[in-house]
Design a protein around this ligand. Structure first.
Ligand code: PDD
Length: 286
């Protein structure tokens, strides 16, 4: 049984209970982060902690924990649960007032709820999908307009994933006004020659922590980076395609809406980016 963290306490997972009035439960009034663990160490903790703070600031949410203590909680959960490879999920909600109300509760009397738990995934960095590649469908992006905030409103991404599964595919790329925004839970990229193309930052996509690192490594490896919109047709015509996220790192995409990308198999640029990313991030892990 896992040991989880809830509002200052380490508890067995079946003893961690949250109120039915919690605004995360009633209103999706909560934000989250997913940080991966390799070799028992945290990958890019700093990036995730910064984005967490930004999400809270954007929603006028008060942090229930100092960032230094947050690092210690992550590390303690890794230790207690003996995680070598996997993820740590963190969620903070605006807490549980006495009743349901659209008005935000007074932060002086209603404490935020903070939950962290581990997900043990042996072999995370050695996923068979990295050799096989993912098949994706396209789907209209029907999420709210502030996708830069990492909220727990994941119903639409979950529906998009189910639509992909219903067609025997692995994931969905969401499209708005004819341009790809991102994957259901990852950022989307195409490769043309020596150029990596991915959508520019804005409110339309989550500012991926993995994205920032991968673009930095791509530039250091003398690849060209273009941050701009692209269409499904352009992606189908690309040499290679991939996604990035804390849980998949750099993952090749080999088919989009039944059309093979490039050779229809993972290509060399994506394989190289994945290798650089994993090597460098393992070295910098804390
Ligand atoms: N998802 N875009 C969306 C919509 C996401 O949900 C995620 C992450 C990303 C990639 O961000 P990062 O590189 O910081 O993980 C992009 C996490 C992993 C999840 O929901 O499980």
């Amino acid at each position: 049984m896992r040991t989880v963290y809830l509002n200052g306490d380490y508890l067995p997972e079946n003893e961690a209970k949250v109120s039915i009035f919690d605004r995360g439960f009633l209103m999706a009034d909560g934000i989250y982060e997913v940080t991966s663990v390799l070799d028992g160490k945290l990958i890019d903790f700093d990036g995730h902690a910064k984005r967490l703070q930004r999400s809270m600031d954007e929603l006028d949410m008060r942090s229930p924990i100092a960032m230094d203590d947050l690092l210690e909680v992550h590390r303690e959960l890794v230790r207690k649960n003996e995680i070598d490879e996997g993820m740590i999920y963190l969620q903070i909600t605006r807490g549980a007032p006495d009743d349901r109300d659209f008005v935000f509760p007074d932060p002086d009397t209603t404490e935020p709820t903070i939950v962290l738990f581990t997900q043990n995934k042996p072999g995370l960095a050695n996923s068979p999908m990295a050799k096989k590649g993912m098949k994706v469908i396209s789907i209209e992006d029907q999420r709210w307009a502030r996708r830069d905030i990492k909220t727990v409103q994941l119903l639409y991404p979950s529906m998009a994933k189910m639509a992909a599964k219903a067609q025997g595919k692995d994931d969905a790329w969401m499209v708005e006004d004819g341009a790809v925004t991102e994957g259901s839970s990852n950022n989307a990229y195409i490769v043309k020659g020596n150029t990596i193309i991915t959508r520019h930052l804005g409110n339309e996509i989550l500012h991926g922590i993995t994205r920032a690192a991968v673009l930095r490594f791509a530039k250091e490896a003398q690849m060209k980076v273009e941050e701009r919109s692209f269409t499904i047709a352009e992606a189908q015509d690309a040499d290679e395609a991939f996604v990035t996220s804390a849980s998949t790192f750099v993952m090749p995409v080999v088919e989009i809406d039944d059309v093979a990308v490039g050779e229809g198999a993972p290509g060399p640029v994506v394989a190289r980016l994945r290798e650089i990313y994993l090597d460098e991030m393992r070295k910098a892990a804390i």
